[in-house]
Design a protein around this ligand. Structure first.
Ligand code: SF4
Length: 79
């Protein structure tokens, strides 16, 4: 995604089976290849993993999204 992946939007390279379409291809972004999964990030279910990603996207979004919204997303994940 030349302009970067907007928050809340699935990557163009994500397949219908939730796999990376660029896995082991040189075009795969370095940030993706270097990401090490962790228990905290993955949780026990897909929903928990998506909630974690949602919280990260909110916490790192431009100024239009408040920290309170990010905090609520983290709280929902923990609950
Ligand atoms: S690993 Fe990176 S390139 Fe592959 S689907 Fe996920 S975000 Fe897209």
């Amino acid at each position: 995604m030349p302009q970067g992946k907007p928050a809340g939007v699935a990557c163009l390279h994500l397949t219908s089976r939730y796999a990376c379409g660029l896995y082991e291809h040189p075009q795969r972004p370095r940030c993706c290849g270097g990401l090490q999964p962790s228990r905290e990030m993955c949780g026990d279910t897909r929903e928990e993993a998506l909630a974690y990603l949602d919280a990260l996207e909110l916490a790192t979004a431009p100024h239009t999204i408040t920290g309170a919204r990010a905090a609520r997303a983290v709280t929902r994940r923990a609950g």
